[in-house]
Design a protein around this ligand. Structure first.
Ligand SMILES: Cc1cc2nc3c(=O)[nH]c(=O)nc-3n(C[C@H](O)[C@H](O)[C@H](O)COP(=O)(O)OP(=O)(O)OC[C@H]3O[C@@H](n4cnc5c(N)ncnc54)[C@H](O)[C@@H]3O)c2cc1C
Length: 436
């Protein structure tokens, strides 16, 4: 059942390797495989995590992408129950024409419901909506002893808290019941503003509390007084427009992109061109797809980083420490000179997640893609993790491939509660690295 060997790599294309993998077509098959397996396994979704939370090298993976059925839907109240392998992409296509929208969307829509729960993902509306887990009403969890447990905030509450943001360790999520939010248009009323520096980012972010969605793209090569320079984007659902779902990705990156393509000069040119686009600024009505998922337009854009792959550092630091720490983190990446296509800043709000190991906390979050240049990149990532620790923040496991066990345990002091409820047959490379 778990015999097929396949090379699985996460989105950052690092740390991948051979896995015994199975993709069961039905929930009963998935439960049987979990109960019968003699080796450690890990449930996974679409492997859109950047690092090793979705890997279990030389052991087994139970891939849920064929468990992608809608089980029930109440279109009066906007409550759906669906199998864990349904992607947000598919959910958008089902829900939008009926006037409902996923409550939280990460930067890519190609993730599964199970993956969104297990990493307790956040979107551009964290300040008002909190994380994905805040909108989960019920979960169906299969355990390797054959049990099927229903979890909610009032039933099997310890398991519910350990499963949201629980990195797949407590069992195989079979289905997710989710509260959607009503919309009357598939379009977003957006505004894009230039940001001169970090102080202006904070001013704009604070002045945008009446916008549902906010995020800033930062020119990662700006330094000195211009540190934090970039574009600030804010949006809210338009009223009374069409209810149209999106199309498919239009471009694709060929398999082999030479590593020389990515260097400080090409990154500089990209950052300058992206910031200066005159048509991007100002107020406009756009379809939700380019606003929420601009990167999904190019499938496999991760290949742009070539065979050596790339890392992403994403951290959050509390408000008080944010200005100084963001300066330090952006300064470190600017000094590194390799640059990044994607450096993103945003504020998190104070809505608490039900999850024990959820990443967001009230404060400011920074996400930076960094091409893998070997030891110098590892050194940079270590320095960024140390700066985050000193500021009382934390690094996001869904994006991580390098944090030490010591750093993880200080970021997530509740990890032992999750370990106590971990299914004995489940393990991941990430968990081996930080918790064993
Ligand atoms: C371009 C891009 C942009 C992104 N933007 C954001 C963002 O804005 N916000 C954010 O929070 N994240 C973001 N991410 C990260 C992504 O949302 C998460 O890593 C997400 O969890 C991936 O979902 P997946 O279905 O691919 O799960 P996988 O990557 O396959 O797995 C993720 C975790 O979920 C567990 N898991 C998956 N399915 C199940 C299941 N059925 N039962 C139990 N455990 C399961 C796995 O064991 C693993 O620990 C982004 C990723 C990309 C590539």
């Amino acid at each position: 059942m778990l015999d097929e060997k396949e090379c699985v790599e996460p989105w950052g294309r690092l740390l991948g390797g051979a896995h015994a993998i199975t993709t069961p077509p039905f929930q009963c098959d998935a439960r049987e495989i979990l109960a019968a397996t003699q080796r450690k396994v890990l449930p996974i979704g679409a492997a859109r995590s950047y690092g090793d939370v979705c890997l279990n090298r030389d052991a087994g993976l139970i891939c849920t992408t064929r468990l992608d059925r809608l089980i029930s839907a109440d279109w009066v109240n906007g409550v759906i129950r669906a199998e864990a392998g349904l992607t947000l992409d598919a959910l958008l296509k089902i829900a939008i024409p009926r006037g409902w929208y996923p409550p939280v969307l990460p930067g890519t829509k190609f993730v599964t419901l199970g993956g969104a729960v297990a990493n307790d993902v956040h979107g551009k509306n964290h300040e008002s909506a909190g994380t994905f887990g805040c909108h989960v009403r019920r979960l169906g969890l299969a355990r390797s002893d054959g049990a099927l447990v229903e979890l909610s905030e009032t039933e099997n509450t310890e398991f519910f808290a350990a499963t949201i943001g629980g990195l797949g360790l407590t069992g195989l999520i079979l289905w997710v019941e989710l509260q959607l939010k009503p919309v009357t248009s598939s379009h977003i009323d957006t505004e894009t503003l230039e940001v001169a520096d970090l102080d202006e980012f904070f001013r704009l972010a604070e002045a945008s509390s009446d916008w549902d969605y906010t995020v800033a793209w930062v020119d990662c090569l700006a330094s000195g007084k211009a540190l934090g320079r970039g574009l600030f984007m804010r949006g809210r659902h338009a009223e009374g427009g069409p209810l149209r779902s999106h199309g498919e990705p239009h471009l694709s990156v060929p398999l082999a992109v030479p590593s020389w393509l990515l260097n400080g000069a090409t990154m500089s040119a990209f950052n300058a061109a992206y910031r200066a686009r005159p048509w991007a600024k100002g107020r406009r009505l756009v379809h939700y797809d380019p606003f929420f998922h601009p990167l999904d337009f190019v499938s496999n854009w991760n290949r742009l980083y070539g065979r050596r792959g790339f890392y992403q550092h994403q951290s959050v630091v509390p408000h008080q420490a944010a200005p100084a720490t963001l300066r330090r983190l952006l300064g470190l990446t600017a000094e590194h000179r390799e640059g990044s296509f994607l450096t993103v800043l945003k504020l998190f709000g104070d809505r608490r997640s039900p999850g024990l190991m959820s990443f967001p906390m009230p404060g400011a979050t920074l996400a930076v893609d960094i091409a893998n240049q070997g030891e110098s990149t590892q050194k940079l990532l270590r320095a960024m993790t140390d700066a985050t620790l000193e500021a009382g923040g934390r690094v996001y496991p869904a994006k991580d491939a390098t944090m030490s066990a010591d750093a993880f345990r200080r970021f997530y002091p509740d990890w032992q509660k999750v370990e106590a409820l971990r299914d004995p047959k489940i393990m991941s490379d990430f968990w081996r690295r930080v918790a064993r």
